[in-house]
Structure formats: structure tokens, C-alpha cells
Design a binder for this molecule. Structure first.
Ligand SMILES: Nc1ncnc2c1ncn2[C@@H]1O[C@H](COP(=O)(O)OP(=O)(O)OP(=O)(O)O)[C@@H](O)[C@H]1O
Ligand SMILES: [Mg+2]
Length: 433
């Protein structure tokens, strides 16, 4: 059983066309063959009439009439004479007969002249069949030429008719993973409309479900923020108290756990707040100024770790976006770079324009990301195969979601310059002027 609808249609139509060709061809051949035989009978009759009217007597092939058709006029005389065959022919009635002469089947017309002498007009059945066959075969030529043409046209029409379906599939395939906007039904053929309607209804349900899930995560993170903040405050309050070193050690562990939990909640909230739908309207913000602000916030932390944080280039360039979202992108990238750069290292930030894109580049002198991790690095909670340091694994998911939402792109490049490894993160966003 052929699975493809296109294949089935083609096989079915091919069978119909070929069958029509064979049946039509056979009928046309038979009809033309019989017609040609009848034509030859009428030639014999005409020759007979001609011989009687023109008072011709001969036993030579009638070359002047039709040499190819080998029509022979045989004088039989007024009484039976000559060979056995000729004698037997003499006894036949006037008219057309099938007979045998010299052992070969013949078609023969017998005529009696007014003076009583008889003659026969003879034609071999072999030559008659050959001529009729030749004539009949010529009627097959148009059919034989038409069948392949029809097959070709059928293949083309089927191919064309199915094109909207493949176009639709291509459109779906090329979508971003989280793009659940409805499929446009305008250009699709009417047969596909119910199907499209169902897909769009399904997409709508998925969107509602995703929205609900996102809201739930955001609400949960938000609700947890207050009690966690209260707990943090309580642990901070313990700080000034006198306590044995073992208890202080435990307190430090507790404090760092509280810090991590607060960070996780912040990141969860930030991720859940990022609506995957395209933004309605953003404001025009100067990317370079925004990045400078974020970098300034990190200066104290970087110098505490003896990391040289600075700019390579800061060209004035604007993007149209929600400034908080862009700050989130910059913060996460700079934070990652600082976190993975060893003491004494460098983090270089660059903002510039490249064609129609505003580019943010964050380069560090850390270990880089193993190639096999890069493919999964944007998945929530994925922190690589050998996670190091603190982190929730949500930072790059947030970055990716924001960048996608603004039709931008992000890529990572591992660097090795003069025995020094590092990572370069490059974000491109559409520049707004
Ligand atoms: N600059 C970098 N150098 C080396 N590895 C990095 C760098 N940036 C990210 N990574 C790797 O990618 C992983 C995912 O980064 P991501 O920012 O998503 O999560 P995180 O930093 O672990 O947690 P979070 O940002 O939520 O606090 C990190 O755990 C780390 O293994
Ligand atoms: Mg991070």
C-alpha cells in the first residue's frame, strides 16, 4: 500500500491513462483493420467491373491498378480447365469468396462476362493482412504519442496541487521552537482549511497552556520571594551575635544557601516574565549607555577578584526594546564572564554597529564552554557536563528568550589566543536607526 497521497494519485491516474490507451488503441486498431480489409474487397470489386466493362483478357498481375497490393486477374474460360485449383474456382458462384490457390489462402472475386467466359480477381490473404495491418497501425500513432504526454501533464498537475501542502510543512519546520503563532490559512487550498483550523486551534490551546504555566512559575517565584527574604533577614540578624566557630561556620553555609535560593527565585521570575510573543512596542534605547551602566555596577565585584573589566569599543547605537530586558541580557553575560574568569584575568565588553545590527560582545579569559555543551547551553537548568561555581543554569535561557523575542541572535565562540583560552559571546539585535 502506497502511503503517499501523491504517489497513490499518480499510480491510480497512470493506471487509468494506460488502460484507456490500451483499450482505446486495441479498439481503434481492430476497427481500422476491418475497414482496410473492406476497402480491399471493394478494390477487387472495382477491378472486376473494370475488367468486364473494358473487355480486358489477361492473366498478368494488374500492375497499372495497384502493384503493391498484388491483385491478379485470372482467366478461367467458358468451361472448367487448367489446374485443379482453377477448375475448382470456376465452380464458385459470382461474388467474393475465401479460397486456396497454390496452397496459399486467397480472397477471390468471380465474375462471368456476358459471353459466358469467367474470370477471377485474386489477392493473397497474406498481402491483404499486411496492408490492413500497416493502415491500422498508423491509427495507433496519435494514441501512443498522447499517453506519455498525458502522464507528464498528470505528474505536473499533481506536483503543483500538492505544493501548498509542502509549503505549509516547510513553514512549520522553519519556525522557532517556541513560535506558536497561528498558521496563515489564506493561501492554502480549501481542502486544507479544516486541517489548518484544527492545527491553529491546537496551537491556541498550547499557547494558553504555556501562558498558564509561565504565570504559575512567575506567581510561585513571586510568592516565595517574601518568605525567603524574611529568612535571609533572620540569618543576617544572627551575624552580630557571639557564637562558637563551629556554629558560625554553619551559619555561613546557611547564608550562602539563602543567597543561592534568592538568586534562583530572581532568575525564575525573570525567565517566566519573558513572554515569547513578539513585543508590541518598545522604546528606543541607547545600547552603549545601557551597557556602560551595567558594567559600572560590576566594577566593585570585578576589582575584588582582580579582574580587569573594561570596554574595547563603545559606539553609539540604539535598539528598540524594553530596557529592562536588554539590561537582563547584559547582566547575565557579564556575570557569567566574571564568574568564569580566574583572578588576574580580563573581561572586555564591546558595543558597536555592524550593518543593520547593534552588536554586544563580551569576551573573557575563562575556560570557555566545551563544544559538546554549546548545543544545550540555552536549555533551562543546564549548566554543562562539569558544572563549576554557583549558578541556577537559567541565565542563558533568559538571554536567549529575550534575544529571540527581538529577532536577534546570540552565538558563542571559544577563543585561544597566545595560549590564553576564553569565551566570546556575541549578541546581535536589529539597530533602530
Ligand atoms: N563565560 C563563560 N565561560 C565558561 N562557561 C560559561 C560561561 N558562560 C556560561 N558558561 C557555562 O554555561 C552554563 C550556563 O550558564 P547560565 O548563565 O545559563 O547559568 P549559570 O550561570 O550557571 O546560572 P545563572 O546565570 O542562572 O545564575 C554555566 O553553568 C557554565 O557552565
Ligand atoms: Mg549565568
Amino acid at each position: 500500500m502506497i502511503k503517499s497521497l501523491r504517489g497513490r494519485l499518480f499510480v491510480g491516474l497512470t493506471a487509468i491513462i494506460v488502460l484507456t490507451g490500451v483499450v482505446g488503441g486495441t479498439l481503434a486498431y481492430m476497427w481500422a483493420y476491418n475497414e482496410a480489409i473492406e476497402m480491399q474487397d471493394s478494390v477487387l470489386t472495382q477491378v472486376g467491373t473494370f475488367v468486364v466493362n473494358a473487355s480486358i483478357r489477361q492473366s498478368q498481375p494488374m500492375n497499372g491498378v495497384d502493384a503493391e497490393s498484388e491483385v491478379v486477374v485470372l482467366e478461367l474460360g467458358a468451361t472448367p480447365q487448367g489446374s485443379d485449383d482453377d477448375r475448382r474456382l470456376w465452380t464458385l458462384r459470382d461474388g467474393l469468396h475465401n479460397d486456396v490457390r497454390h496452397g496459399r489462402p486467397i480472397r477471390v472475386l468471380l465474375r462471368t462476362r456476358p459471353d459466358g467466359s469467367r474470370f477471377a480477381v485474386i489477392q493473397g490473404n497474406e498481402i491483404r493482412s499486411e496492408i490492413a495491418g500497416d493502415t491500422a497501425i498508423r491509427t495507433l500513432l496519435p494514441i501512443a504519442a498522447l499517453v506519455p504526454c498525458l502522464l507528464l501533464v498528470t505528474a505536473l498537475v499533481i506536483g503543483r496541487s500538492f505544493r501548498p501542502m509542502f509549503r505549509l510543512a516547510g513553514e512549520l519546520d522553519s519556525r522557532k521552537a517556541d513560535d506558536i503563532s497561528p498558521l496563515s490559512a489564506e493561501a492554502a487550498p480549501s481542502e486544507l482549511q479544516p486541517f489548518l483550523g484544527s492545527i491553529n486551534a491546537l496551537l491556541e490551546r498550547i499557547r494558553a497552556m504555556m501562558d498558564q504555566q509561565r504565570r504559575f512559575i512567575a506567581d510561585a517565584a513571586h510568592e516565595l520571594r517574601t518568605p525567603i527574604a524574611a529568612l535571609s533577614l533572620q540569618t543576617e540578624n544572627l551575624d552580630p551575635l557571639d557564637m562558637p566557630p563551629a556554629v558560625r561556620e554553619r551559619l555561613e553555609v546557611l547564608k550562602s544557601g539563602m543567597r543561592r535560593t534568592r538568586r534562583l527565585l530572581e532568575q525564575l521570575l525573570a525567565l517566566a516574565r519573558q513572554d515569547p510573543a513578539p513585543p508590541e512596542a518598545g522604546e528606543k534605547v541607547r545600547l552603549d549607555q545601557l551597557v556602560k551602566g551595567v558594567v559600572a555596577d560590576f566594577l566593585a565585584e570585578s576589582s575584588a577578584h582582580d579582574v580587569d573589566l573594561g570596554f574595547t569599543v563603545a559606539e553609539p547605537v540604539s535598539v528598540t526594546a524594553d530596557p529592562l530586558a536588554i539590561i537582563s541580557v547584559v547582566r547575565n553575560l557579564v556575570e557569567n564572564a566574571l564568574r568564569h574568569t580566574p583572578n588576574g584575568g580580563r573581561v572586555d565588553v564591546g558595543v558597536y554597529r555592524e550593518g543593520g545590527a547593534a552588536v554586544l560582545q563580551v569576551e573573557d579569559t575563562g575556560p570557555g564552554i566545551p563544544e559538546q555543551d554549546i548545543a544545550r547551553i540555552f536549555e533551562p537548568f543546564y549548566r554543562g557536563r562539569k558544572p563549576t561555581g554557583e549558578g541556577s543554569g537559567l541565565g542563558l535561557s533568559i538571554v536567549k528568550r529575550i534575544v529571540d523575542r527581538y529577532d536577534g541572535s546570540i552565538e558563542f565562540e571559544n577563543l585561544t589566543v597566545d595560549d590564553q583560552c576564553g569565551l566570546c559571546a556575541i549578541v546581535r539585535l536589529p539597530a533602530s536607526d
